[in-house]
Write a protein that binds this ligand. Sequence first.
Ligand code: P5A
Length: 444
Amino acid sequence: MLLSNSFIPILKNNPSEAKIKSHQLMLRVGMIKQASAGIYSWLPLGFKVMKKIEDIVRQEQNKIGAQEILMPTIQSSEIWKESGRYDDYGEEMLRITDRQNREMLYGPTNEEQVTEIFRSSIKSYKSLPQLMYHIQWKFRDEIRPRFGIMRGREFYMKDAYSFDVSDEEAFYSYNKFFLSYLRTFKRLSLTAIPMAADTGPIGGNLSHEFIILADTGESKIFTDKRIFDLDNADTQLEKASLESMRKKYEQFYAVTDEKFNKEDFEKIVSKENQLITKGIEVGHIFYFGDKYSKPMGASVDLPGGKKDFVKMGSYGIGVSRLVGAIIEAKYDDKNEIMKWPLSVAPYDIALIPMINKNDTSALDKANNINIELIKNNIDAIIDDTDENFSSKIKKMNLIGAPYQIIIGKKSEGDLLEFKETSGETQNLPLSKIIEIITKQKNSI
Ligand code: P5A
């Protein structure tokens, strides 16, 4: 892609209304554009990153056997009246009346909608478990939308729902999502720690928030540092393995402020392992048994001839929030260098030719390199503008492709000036560069 043809409206300076670095960068490089309070358009650069995150989330959901569906954004109030949440949800719910005077709403979450789908088709324990998810826009009329897409009113969420015959089976489903979340965040190059959390308007009594550390996060957390050293590489998708994985995490104190108890914290965690800090909630999982299935009549026939209400859980990932969360974790705002992980970078590599007015040879060379990159599925952005070299580098550092090739004096003959963005320069042939990037991509 040529920079001159792309819609990347870069600002010279940080926009004054943005208070945290993700909001600053997203406005600065034109990833998003505010439409109204807490509601944003996604421009090409931001949209590309969000779609890559969405893909990784999807792959990891599919790996645990969850099935993708797509439910509507607009829901009928009837199902919410059945569950009892229509009144409970309060002013965060955007209520709409259609032309027939029917009460509708823009979905803030989908427990009712998915239960309605389930109950109309599944009648026997033999069809369980069922794990279903969708990736869809949500609307919550947050009283204080802030930090750009971090706390939006309209936001993009992956929400999954599990249906099981018993508590034991339901915990198995819960643990599958627990593992899937750890794997998802790892592929996004984030360390997210699962923390015991409150369940709020979703309900139930078992719940974990997945939180990444960031000074600008809205969640206050209290934890035993050693939880960061845990690894789940050898966990298998069977019951015992998943159970021991969750136990491994739960042996360490890790809670948000709603669950914090000073006395417990100081008794359980030794002074040197105590960590009190802030973080961003990127995911949240819940187990709530028959909270929705009972009032909505979602039951199945059991082996002995009896019936019972299905046991349900729900599992959310803030897909749009993750774009901001990754920036909070990876943006070096002092030097104005964004280091996107290759798994979600808007471009794999930036080609930066030094173009003189009467000499297009560097640009020709960049175009030829790009032909080879395309053949190898490597997505490049070429700065074909005639700006000076330092402003080109500045701009590309903000856009944040993980690698750069500078085509100038030092890229003579077959050897190219290649570097990881903000890293050491190496002189390498194109074939070697392709090999490095391909290897890195395959390991994601
Ligand atoms: C779980 C899936 C739920 O809604 N129902 C379906 C459950 N959980 S949650 O914690 O309320 O939200 C899940 C994740 O969505 C992100 N999120 C937001 N992102 C941006 N702006 C918001 N206003 C917002 N609210 C929630 C969070 O990442 C949260 O973990």
